[in-house]
Design a protein around this ligand. Sequence first.
Ligand SMILES: Cc1ncc(C[n+]2csc(CCOP(=O)(O)OP(=O)(O)O)c2C)c(N)n1
Ligand code: SF4
Ligand SMILES: [Mg+2]
Length: 277
Amino acid sequence: MNEKRMLGDQHFETMIAEESICNNENLVYQKPLKALYDTPMHYCPGCGHGVVHRLLAEVIEEMDILSDVIGVAPVGCSVLAYNYLNIDMSEAAHGRASAVATGIKRVLPEKYVFSYQGDGDLAAIGTGETIHTCNRGENILMIFINNGIYGMTGGQMAPTTLPNMKTTTSPFGRDVKTMGNPLKITDLVAALPGTYYVTRQSVHKPVNVRRTKKAIQKSFEYQKEGKGTCFIEVVSNCPSNWKMEPLESNNWMEENMFPFYPLGDLKTPNGKENKND
Ligand SMILES: Cc1ncc(C[n+]2csc(CCOP(=O)(O)OP(=O)(O)O)c2C)c(N)n1
Ligand code: SF4
Ligand SMILES: [Mg+2]
């Protein structure tokens, strides 16, 4: 008996159907395998970090700048970004990614340079570096993943944690009277003269994925023109430390994070603020 037939008719038919659609003419989507290693990522299911890595890889491949781009990884859940992106990358001490990126860009101005940081990294320990990099207008792209929490270290309160949001260090919810107000650092950097393009996006739905990809692409183009600092905040989730299923975390993010951190452009070259629909 034919070996495939032994698998059962239904399974055999599925295999035949898959074979007939998996060809180049029907290809609509595939991994950007030049810029992204073909390896599983360590991120928790549903986490936004992996999507942003993939978008970076897609843009880098499509712009054909694989050998011309240098990334700086943070300390945080995305500390291993260099294990996933097949480009030149450097690690930075906690909070210092934009300072390291500044140094790289100044020594190698012809390269496309980006830093990649979480909210604890960029808006807590790295606040000084962030503000001064943006104020100096360093010609780099800064990517900021805001999940409102210290993900890697077990879910402590971050500067971006929402009022009343529970974390391991605010178990009864963030009390702004004693713990301070959440820091909207993207609004701050948008007000600085050195930033050229500042936007806040997300990657939880296809339309948002496309907008974030476009923002990355535009930022690299502006960098080529020497325009100054481009800053992309991605409002993201942390299903594990929010203690939610992935879908639930995305719904929670829409209901709670987006009203506080509205999506859209905060600073554009034509001077207009564009809020997402
Ligand atoms: C100087 C220093 N202080 C503290 C730490 C501990 N630490 C590692 S990651 C992290 C927070 C990461 O949170 P975030 O930047 O929001 O990234 P996420 O994991 O949420 O993506 C902290 C406090 C460290 N590694 N080095
Ligand atoms: S702990 Fe949170 S931020 Fe870190 S990989 Fe898991 S879901 Fe993502
Ligand atoms: Mg975080």
